[in-house]
Design a protein around this ligand. Structure first.
Ligand code: GDP
Ligand code: MG
Length: 536
């Protein structure tokens, strides 16, 4: 990109750049992922409770983001702020409906999050597009991402941390993404989750903007002057310090305007920050971001335009090829359709079987995800099927007593053992079927992804998806039957002669050697096909 190519722009034109990209963003959301253009944007990253939501709300001057403990942001929120005389919000997923009550905005974000992730606190990388018009905002587009977490809660999958990391990476690894790295001042900067992540994708600190929150919560006698003066861990775009509302302020419904004033006074009166008070605080941060995003868009525009033109050309070329089909020559048309289906099949195979060419570094492929289901999710589900040792002991003792009936009995009957073990084996059914469901889901997702290339031919795409999905569903039924059959096989005969019972067998052998008879269950040796369930 050279300077000659840059259009000369006035201030007003410059201010139009962010809304322009907003429109592109909406258009791309509508056509899905089939268009791989990398739009300039700012992504907000940071650990849980670093103050990300607070910073965004201060920009808007309204409480509109879901709050709470745990992972509250579970889908990326694409927040487009637009300067306007009227104040209202609008979602892309219910376009035309104007929200002027910001509590309703929060409820809608929560509802829309649950719509695609379910209520079990899972995450999804499909963004929610929210547009806020207000006289208090500068044109700005930000992506709010889930906070970096360490510990799964509730029904969350064990690998939630890596899932979130992967999602954040999807956004910030793109060269066109500015990273707003939010770090609380009352923790060690060197341990900042946000800065660690941004360092991975932007080692020279060229596109990272540091935000230091919670300056009011620092230990007495310490301050963040070195960081804010960009001396400690220098970033090319520097750091901005902010003071957001504390939890007490929020609970007490402290007005954001009052909080912004208090923030200003904080910087003006603090001996360590007084000299740079002009370059601190929320409104300064808003201004800087508006400027940097605008410049960033301007710088990337020429390259972006040429990419868009390339895509347009290749599409036009494709259209030309199909236009040339003469109606009297159906063989070419069939050939073209077949070719597309073949490409679809190849893509699908690559995504499942893995491939060496054009490795995707942004997200896991279908095959890799299925691998994860088997090796992480399934064991996790198995561990969850816990049993209470006390209950188990009680059941065993009841089983023994019931088998002996009116007699007290001298030895532990095998039947008691079988009854209990069988009950445990039955418990495998749930997780095993769930595993099938998860794999199914992934296969269908993969079909959809591979299908997106056919999006120019919606009928072909829909029909392909319908037929492939139907086939997969058919196999689902068969697979589940098979899984249940295997478990039933294990239930029908418990082979205590298996090597897993070696302790038993060994004791029995010694016993039988002493008696010099071949009693016990050795006569089954080598002839019995059934294996012990623990070996599956
Ligand atoms: P997020 O998880 O990164 O979105 O963090 P939140 O914005 O929800 O903030 C987490 C908690 O920290 C909330 O209780 C906020 O009130 C509090 N908090 C955030 N920033 C500041 C700050 O600058 N000063 C003080 N005192 N509290 C803050
Ligand atoms: Mg938050």
């Amino acid at each position: 990109m050279t300077d000659q190519k840059l259009p000369v722009m006035g201030n007003r034109e410059m201010q139009e750049l962010i809304p322009l990209v907003n429109r592109l963003q909406d258009a791309f959301s509508a056509i899905g992922q089939s268009c791989h253009l990398d739009l300039p944007q700012i992504a907000v990253v940071g650990g849980q409770s670093a103050g990300k939501s607070s910073v965004l709300e201060n920009f808007v001057g309204r409480d509109f983001l879901p709050r709470g403990s745990g992972i509250v942001t579970r889908r990326p929120l694409l927040l487009q702020l637009i300067t306007s005389k009227l104040e209202y919000a609008e979602f892309l997923h219910c376009k035309g409906k104007r929200f002027s009550d910001f509590d309703e905005v929060r409820e809608e974000i929560e509802a829309e999050t649950d719509r695609s992730t379910g209520t079990n606190k899972g995450i999804s990388s499909i963004p929610i597009n929210l547009r806020i018009y207000s006289p208090n905002v500068l044109n700005l587009t930000l992506v709010d991402l889930p906070g970096i977490t360490k510990v799964p809660v509730g029904d969350q999958p064990a690998d939630i941390e890596s899932q979130i990391r992967e999602m954040i990476m999807q956004f910030i690894s793109r060269d066109n993404c500015l990273i707003l790295a939010v770090t609380p001042a009352n923790t060690d900067l060197a341990n900042s989750d946000a800065l660690k992540l941004s360092k991975d994708v932007d080692p020279q600190g060229l596109r990272t903007i540091g935000v230091i929150t919670k300056l009011d919560l620092m230990d007495e006698g310490t301050d963040a002057r070195d960081i804010l003066e960009n001396k400690l861990l220098p970033l090319r775009r520097g750091y901005v310090g902010v003071v957001n509302r504390s939890q007490k302020d929020i609970d007490g419904k402290k007005d954001i305007q009052a909080a912004l004033l208090a923030e200003k006074n904080f910087f003006l009166s603090h001996p360590a920050y007084r000299h740079m008070a002009d370059c601190m605080g929320t409104s300064y941060l808003q201004k800087v971001l508006n400027q940097q995003l605008t410049n960033h868009i301007r710088d990337t525009l020429p390259e972006f335009r040429s990419k868009l033109q390339d895509q347009l050309l290749s599409l036009e070329h494709e259209v030309e090829v199909y236009k040339n089909f003469k109606p009297e020559d159906p063989s070419r048309k069939t050939k073209a359709l077949l070719q597309m289906i073949q490409h679809f099949a190849q893509d699908f195979e690559k995504k499942i079987e893995g491939s060496g060419d054009k490795v995707d570094t942004l997200e896991l492929s279908g095959g890799a995800k299925i691998n994860r289901i088997f090796h992480e999710r399934f064991p996790f589900e198995l561990v969850k099927v816990e049993f209470e040792e006390k209950d188990l002991r009680r059941e065993i003792s009841y089983a023994i007593k019931n088998i002996h009936g009116v007699r007290t009995g001298l030895f532990t009957p095998d039947k008691a053992f079988e009854a209990i073990v069988k009950k445990q084996i039955v418990k495998l059914k749930g997780p095993a079927l769930k595993c099938v469901d998860l794999v199914m889901q992934e296969l269908l997702n993969t079909v959809r992804k591979c299908n997106s290339k056919l999006s120019n031919y919606p009928r072909l795409r829909d029909e392909t998806e319908r037929i492939v999905a139907l086939y997969i569903r058919e196999r689902e039924g068969k697979t589940k039957e098979q899984v249940l059959l295997i478990i039933d096989i294990q239930l029908s005969y418990i082979n205590t002669n298996h090597e897993d019972f070696i302790g038993f067998a060994y004791a029995q052998q010694r016993c039988s050697q002493q008696k010099k008879t071949s009693m016990g269950n050795q006569h089954l040796n080598g002839r019995q096909e059934t294996r012990h369930f623990g070996r599956q």
